[in-house]
Ligand binder design. Structure first.
Ligand code: EPS
Length: 390
């Protein structure tokens, strides 16, 4: 229904986003998209590039007078670094006859070696330029549009960091609501619990001092999700499966959890499920262990998904043993400029991926060529829910 394509290399001229399947009439401004992209750049532990790279946006197509036309939306995000100096021109497209020194001391944990073997490259840069998390800037631009569409259904998607290194938000700590998003974004580690945030900052400082990197876990929360997105009828229509795929596709994510998935696995069944109660005119779950999804279908409760990011494979002081692919001799990996951690930024990307999946499924369920038709259909579905015999 909603198809997203991204193109572009980390140090190339630009990233390009194409989003196909949006209804006509959705209001879109460069400022809105830019604001969302600005949130992704936040976060303690980011490297120097975040300070000088500006996400310069151009709406290339699909919008007229600030509203979508129903045609593919195309956005260009200029890599301002490309225009700032000649370094990346030379690195990415050397003059005819000119060769660049290849990167051959591959980084363990990065796509370098597997990508070189797969595509037959002798220079890791041919892999890393696309494997880089710079590409998530393109996803966030598309996610801003998906969020805008969802806002017309009253759906809001936020995130917060719940673990960085070994510092973790206590289980009993309260979750942020959409009204708290500014507070989360103002935290240098995008953590809602002030004490845990302090501990996280201390961990980032310590890792930075050692030239090391840190991973962590973010929690995505979607409020106001209607009942009935996704389906139990077939494996590839289960919404939890689609969310897991979308989150797992984020660079450096190695684990995904829906609700309290891993913790619940160790409980007895009698303590592992959300009790159901009828309250006035709706069914209510008394807890959020299932993360708002049962049988791959949204149940109208808070949707909760978590993504675990491994520590970045690029270290400022490289210590991991590897092999130089040119000589086959033992080496330490090459060093690119890098972040100590990108977990706070990953939270914004994770929101984006969940929003894209929800927007896609909402369009599948409610349909509509124009925004007003989409909203009318969604309202009719929610009214019909109240009339059911269920
Ligand atoms: C990245 C390494 C860093 C990050 C980059 C992702 O880039 P550089 O090596 O050029 O400093 O800044 O992320 C972004 C540019 C971004 O916008 O998120 C990597 O290795 O994936």
């Amino acid at each position: 229904m909603l198809r997203l394509l991204t193109a572009g290399e980390s140090h190339g001229q630009a990233l390009v986003v194409v989003l196909e399947g949006l209804p006509a009439g959705l209001e879109i401004t460069v400022e809105d998209i830019q604001a969302e992209m600005g949130r992704r750049r936040l976060g303690y532990g980011r490297g120097p590039r975040q300070r000088f790279e500006v996400d310069e946006l151009v709406l290339l197509g699909g919008v007229r007078h600030g509203r979508t036309l129903g045609s593919p939306l195309a956005i260009e995000i200029r890599n301002t670094e490309w225009f700032r100096s000649d370094r990346w021109h030379e690195e990415m497209s050397p003059a005819p006859g000119e060769t660049k020194e290849p990167l051959t001391q591959v980084r363990p944990g990065h796509a370098d070696l597997a990508g070189m073997q797969k595509y037959g490259f002798t220079d890791a840069r041919d892999v890393l330029e696309r494997a880089s998390a710079r590409e998530t800037a393109a996803r966030v631009a598309a996610g801003a549009v998906a969020k805008r569409l969802l806002s017309h259904l009253g759906v809001e998607v936020i995130s917060h960091v719940i673990q960085m290194g070994s510092a973790r938000v206590p289980a009993e700590s309260s979750r942020p609501t959409p009204g708290d998003l500014d507070v989360v974004d103002e935290s240098p580690v995008r953590c809602f619990d002030p004490a845990a945030a302090e501990a996280m900052i201390a961990e980032v400082k310590a890792a930075a001092k050692d030239g090391d990197s840190l991973g962590g876990v973010v929690e995505v929360l979607a409020f106001g999700v209607p009942v009935g997105l996704g389906s139990h009828v077939h494996w590839d229509r289960k919404l939890d499966g689609l969310i897991a795929q979308a989150l797992m596709s984020i660079q450096a994510v190695k684990g995904v959890e829906i609700g309290d998935g891993f913790e619940v696995a160790g409980r007895r069944g009698s303590a592992a499920h959300d009790p159901i109660r009828w309250t006035d005119d709706r069914y209510e779950r008394l807890s959020t262990l299932a993360g708002g999804l049962e049988g791959g279908i949204t149940n109208g409760e808070l949707l909760v998904a978590r993504a675990a990011m491994k520590p970045l494979a690029t270290l400022n002081v490289p210590t991991l043993e590897t092999v130089d692919t040119a000589t086959k001799e033992s080496a330490v990996s090459f060093k690119e400029r890098t972040d100590v951690t990108a977990v706070p930024a990953m939270g914004v990307v994770a929101e984006t991926m969940v929003a894209l999946v929800l927007a896609d499924e909402a369009q599948r369920k409610f349909g509509g060529d124009s925004l007003s038709e989409f909203v009318r259909n969604a309202e009719a579905a929610s009214a019909a829910l109240l009339e059911q015999d269920v």
